[in-house]
Write a protein that binds this ligand. Structure first.
Ligand code: NAP
Length: 268
């Protein structure tokens, strides 16, 4: 325990809401940042069993010094349905991962997974606007990233997923929301794309298959990963060996923390 926060009656309270709760990491990320920045705030774990969720939220809403919360499993979808307002990315993704209370104590939610990825790329000097992208995966994180890439104005988005029907559903949803962006379903081959992004969980475990054949990893390609552990997945190892530029998974989370902190109003 390294936090030495000075919690007083003026301290603004933020939460991270989950069930189970023991594994949540947001307090150990946010509290040292509050301390470094001299912000009079604290983040606490909020354990909300699904059948008590509305009661817990009503209680938080009733506390004027409770500023908002990060949302994690299993509440991202249910809490979206309970928000008074949801930002565009949250609505498109169908899930929120941060909620703030405004001055009228209305619950405003949004999703920062995809924006975190795009901001993480930019922070490392990798612009996505105007670039052609092959996205591998159409799971929860992939869904958020696909909408954020379209929002950022990629020149072309090709989605490949092991279960093709999910790629088709996601491509159709992104096309409907961003008709100006060419979006298609394709093979796990760059086929002229400048950036390949692995949003699958293939690479988390030893023995996982590569999400793309390494014969396609040519030196002009930027290969981005969102898996954080291991830091250097087999895909990134192959990409580096083949002379590609790479983007590590941690940058997505780093930027999400910044974006969520700004959204909650706790990084002032
Ligand atoms: N850096 C960050 O901030 C951040 C944030 C969120 C998630 N993540 C990471 O992103 C990864 C995906 O998370 P998620 O929440 O999107 O999971 P998810 O909803 O369960 O989706 C998993 C995706 O991976 C695909 N997949 C799984 N195993 C595969 C394999 N062996 N070969 C090819 N495709 C495979 C699935 O394809 P099917 O549809 O065919 O099953 C699906 O597209 C996880 O590793 C997670 O740790 C990172």
């Amino acid at each position: 325990m390294s936090a030495t926060l000075d919690i007083t009656g003026t301290t603004r309270v933020y939460g991270v809401i989950a069930d189970p709760i023991a594994h949540v990491r947001a307090p150990i990320v946010f509290n040292p940042l509050f301390e470094q920045r001299g912000t009079d705030a604290v983040m606490v774990p909020v354990h909300a069993p699904s059948d008590q969720l509305e009661i817990v939220l009503d209680g938080l809403k009733a506390q004027p010094n409770f500023g908002g919360f990060a949302v994690t499993v299993p509440h991202k979808l249910a809490i979206m349905g309970l928000c008074d307002e949801v930002g565009r990315q949250g609505r498109l993704v169908g899930a929120v991962n941060a909620v703030r209370f405004n001055a009228q104590r209305r619950m405003i939610g949004d999703n920062f997974d995809g924006a975190g990825f795009v901001a993480g790329m930019r922070a490392e000097g990798h612009e996505v606007t105007g670039r052609s992208v092959l996205q591998l995966g159409a799971g929860g994180a992939g869904r958020a990233i696909a909408f954020a890439l379209a929002d950022a104005g990629v020149s072309r988005l090709v989605i490949h997923n092991r279960t093709r029907a999910k790629a088709e559903e996601l491509a159709a949803a992104v096309s409907a929301a961003y008709p100006e962006i060419p979006v298609s379903v394709g093979a796990a081959e760059p086929d002229g794309c400048e950036i390949v992004i692995n949003t699958t969980s293939a690479g988390l475990h030893d023995g996982d298959p590569l999400p793309i054949d390494d014969k396609f990893l040519k030196p002009d390609l930027l290969v981005a990963e969102i898996i954080m552990i291991p830091e250097k997945t087999r895909l990134l190892e192959s990409a580096l060996k083949n002379g590609c530029n790479v983007q590590y998974g941690r940058h997505m989370l780093d930027k999400q923390i910044d974006l969520i902190g700004e959204f909650l109003g706790c990084f002032q």
